[in-house]
Design a protein. Structure first.
Length: 355
């Protein structure tokens, strides 16, 4: 370690993102990106923004995006916070609502950025074991000392927690903030946003990276009680008053407003997810019931690490976690119909030739 590092820098273990390969003709099923282009209206809006005066700072309040999001989710503008990707919103949330001397809890198998933030901000945490089927033990999140955070659906397991169970966690943590990370909710059913007016301790975080194909623009947002939103704004304005650039503002508004395109693309991905799930089961895979744009799968005879390496040799990337309890599972992003057909064909060949 560098002798000039702060104690914060020394205790931090940075997040490791999915592999990014600078190579043509790769089938990229490892980072849960949307396989389809953003709405044409997004591209038009960005082009118009390019033609505007980029020498000027963007809006520090991004009220235009907040108004569009508020209208879409039937909340007030004051209930909305926007950040540079949902990861930034999560970071601000850890700083705004969790204390260094109070233990928070989150699932043992979940988005690995939670433990990164907890260590960085010196927040003690408890990893709550999942049940044998990878579902959350809801009662284990009751009466947390410092607060609760979990994704719904969970990642990388892809499992969705019913809204009544989310509400049970909220009811049993009235004096602590409960953060529901809904990065993949558009591929599931009900969002916890419907509970925001009922529970002042609820913060729901979403992203435009997945269902709206804007991973390259970095737009995330939170919806919650106005007091929670003011807390997030205090954190943002203590670091960077202008985290969202003019192009991202224009693109985000257009993406939110083009409801028809959004519905069309999510429906298409869900249909491909169903076909891929059924096909994987037919060739012997155990597939968890997914409510996301990815699948979490395991084969009873062929090791996940072997499949991962063989697919990589064929220029197909999936996500492999060399982590206890899930080291025989692969996370597979749902690509286009053509990509998934090609993927299945190569996967069948790997399974059939395994010795």
């Amino acid at each position: 370690m560098n002798k000039y590092w702060s104690t914060m820098a020394k205790r931090t273990n940075p997040y490791i993102p999915g592999e990014q390969v600078n190579k043509k003709n790769i089938i990229k099923l490892n980072t849960n990106e949307n396989p389809y282009a953003p709405s044409p209206k997004v591209l038009n809006a960005i082009q118009q923004a390019i033609n505007s005066d980029l020498r000027l700072y963007p809006s520090p309040t991004v009220d235009e995006i907040k108004i569009a999001i508020a209208k879409h989710y039937n909340v007030r503008k004051e209930n909305v916070f926007v950040g540079n990707g949902s990861d930034e919103v999560l970071a601000f949330s850890f700083m705004a609502f969790f204390e260094p001397n109070q233990q928070i809890c989150f699932p043992e198998i979940t988005y690995s950025f939670y433990s990164v933030y907890a260590k960085a901000f010196n927040i003690p945490y408890k990893k709550v074991p999942l049940q044998e089927d990878f579902s959350l033990q809801v009662e284990s999140y009751f009466r947390s000392n410092g607060g609760v955070i979990f994704p719904n659906p969970n990642a990388p397991t892809s499992l969705y927690l019913a809204l009544e169970q989310v509400e049970a966690i909220l009811k049993n943590n009235r004096n602590k903030v409960v953060i529901v990370d809904e990065a993949y909710i558009d591929f599931a059913s009900q969002s916890a946003i419907s509970l925001v007016d009922k529970y002042e301790n609820l913060l729901v975080i979403q992203t435009m990276s997945k269902s709206r194909s804007l991973a390259g623009l970095r737009i995330g947002f939170a919806i919650g009680n106005e007091a929670l939103i003011r807390g997030l704004i205090r954190m943002k304005d203590s670091f960077n008053s202008y985290p969202i650039d003019r192009l991202a503002i224009a693109g985000a508004i257009a993406a939110i407003e083009d409801e028809a395109y959004f519905r069309k693309i999510t429906k298409k991905i869900i249909a491909t997810r169903t076909w891929t799930t059924d096909t994987l089961k037919q060739i012997g895979f155990h597939v968890l019931p997914s409510s996301t744009n990815f699948l979490f799968v395991a084969h009873p005879e062929v090791p996940a690490a072997f499949i991962y390496e063989q697919l990589r040799k064929k220029d197909i990337l999936v996500r492999y976690f060399a982590t206890e309890k899930i080291d025989n599972y692969l996370r597979i992003t749902i690509g286009t119909e053509e990509e998934m057909i090609f993927f299945i064909d190569k996967l069948k060949n790997i399974i059939e030739n395994y010795k």
